[in-house]
Design a protein around this ligand. Structure first.
Ligand SMILES: Nc1ncnc2c1ncn2[C@@H]1O[C@H](COP(=O)(O)OP(=O)(O)OP(=O)(O)O)[C@@H](O)[C@H]1O
Length: 153
């Protein structure tokens, strides 16, 4: 396929087709620029934060867990483990959002058993990572936290 066939000028697009900006049409090219790639990735994070309540909750809980681990002077490895598990939850929440969008794009408003499987499994991945993160944080944070509270009594 030649270049001119690939990059249809916006003026020639059918008005009922979704409009793709010329910058987006060239995204395969601009993505080679590291800064622009970062900009698109940040747009994804920003979209998830604005639209996904669960993502906001995970950001708050993760920040709280890392903050507490610093305040309680946990060992470096322990802080790293809490940060890794919290980061994994956020990353999977982003993948979940991407899968939800792709499924909605594919099946639109129709019910499909495969769409249900895709969305349920993506949500399950987030749930499992969140449960593990809570378990890890509780194991590492609770003993020093209880010790600190008891010392105040
Ligand atoms: N097109 C569909 N076909 C079949 N089942 C669907 C479809 N869309 C959604 N579902 C079912 O509804 C559930 C919720 O889907 P929805 O798109 O509302 O996700 P959500 O509630 O926004 O999820 P999350 O809280 O993880 O963001 C899915 O897990 C799935 O079981």
């Amino acid at each position: 396929m030649s270049m001119s066939q690939k990059l249809t000028p916006l003026t020639k697009l059918n008005p009922i087709e979704p409009v793709v900006s010329e910058e987006r049409q060239l995204s395969w090219k601009v993505a080679s620029n590291l800064f622009v790639s970062f900009k698109y990735a940040w747009a994804g994070v920003s979209y998830a934060f604005r639209t996904q309540r669960n993502f906001r909750i995970h950001v708050c809980v993760g920040t709280l867990a890392i903050g507490l681990s610093l305040l309680l002077h946990l060992q470096g490895v322990e802080i790293a483990v809490i940060a890794i598990t919290s980061g994994l939850v956020l990353a999977l929440e982003l993948v979940n959002t991407a899968i939800e969008s792709l499924v909605d794009l594919t099946v639109k408003q129709t019910y499909h058993e495969l769409a249900k499987i895709a969305k349920d499994c993506a949500a399950a991945a987030v749930l499992i990572s969140a449960l593990v993160a809570v378990l890890v944080a509780a194991t590492l944070l609770l003993p020093p936290l209880v010790k600190l509270v008891l010392a105040q009594l």
